[in-house]
Design a binder for this molecule. Structure first.
Ligand code: PGA
Length: 258
């Protein structure tokens, strides 16, 4: 199996003004050791208005945490009132951009086609997409989960080169587990992450499947992180609520020690 370095990402969603963001990142850095950061890649995804402040703190204090964004438009510039372009993010040294988060799909009508445009735009600007996929409880109960996930993965990656797919991150986030406290069991999460990897393998080849990092997301907490991270096809976590509590996020990153 390819040697995939785990990636643990904090999705702050619409929380923290830029003052609070600076405090949060500083507190987080106090809780992490050099060993933690060597063993695990860590990214944080503050709101757009915090990015410049957080970038400045990360650079000034030499904190080896990657800066991430929660979304972006696919065009580099233009008449798209209220949108943020990948060029703007790249200029702020953003490394990872979440796209297709279920809250964007649900509340803002993002389609697989939109997500695909974003994936390609993020790659074009030399950042790494974290493409989120996941099913609703209704889809799971109706036995539609597999089809839904496979479609989201394949339509999200249309036109991405085989050689590039392995560099991406896919986040499996069952919608029913996001912010609800209901984590998928490690077996359930593993099953879907394995499905995502085999789907990538069939379409893009074994190298891509072996290299792509697959995160699990949905109510990950310090107590659940170790067992989830122990699964063969889970290479990281996308963490919402617990990433806003510095001690909890640090403990998730330190899952190996627990
Ligand atoms: P949660 O959010 O950890 O609060 O469930 C995860 C996410 O939506 O990325």
């Amino acid at each position: 199996m390819a040697d995939r370095k785990p990636l643990i990402s904090g999705n702050w969603k619409m929380n923290c003004n830029h003052f609070e963001a600076i405090q949060l990142v500083q507190k987080l850095s106090y809780g992490l050791t050099k060993d933690d950061i060597e063993a695990v890649d860590v990214s944080i995804h503050p709101p757009f208005t915090d990015l410049r402040s957080v970038q400045t703190v990360l650079e000034a204090d030499k904190i080896p945490i990657a800066l991430g964004a929660q979304n972006c438009h696919w065009e580099a510039k233009g008449a798209f009132t209220g949108e943020i372009s990948p060029t703007m993010l790249q200029k702020l040294s953003v490394s990872y951009v979440i796209c297709g988060h279920s809250e964007r799909r649900q509340h803002f009508g993002e389609t697989n086609e939109d997500v695909n445009r974003k994936v390609k735009a993020i790659l074009k600007h030399e950042m790494t997409p974290i493409m989120a996929v996941g099913e609703t409880l209704e889809q799971r109960e109706a036995g539609e989960m597999e089809d839904h996930i496979v479609t989201q993965v394949l339509e999200g990656l249309v036109g991405v080169k085989k050689a590039t797919v392995g560099e991406l991150v896919v986040a499996y986030e069952p919608i029913w587990a996001i912010g609800t406290g209901a984590t998928a069991t490690p077996d359930d999460a593993q099953e879907v992450c394995a499905l995502i990897r085999s789907t990538i393998g069939e379409k893009f080849g074994a190298d891509a499947a072996g290299s792509i990092r697959i995160q699990y997301g949905g109510s990950v907490k310090p107590g659940t992180a170790p067992e989830l991270m122990a699964q063969a096809d889970i290479d990281g976590a996308l963490i919402g609520g617990a990433s806003l509590v510095p001690e909890d996020f640090a403990h998730c990153i330190q899952y190996r020690l627990r």
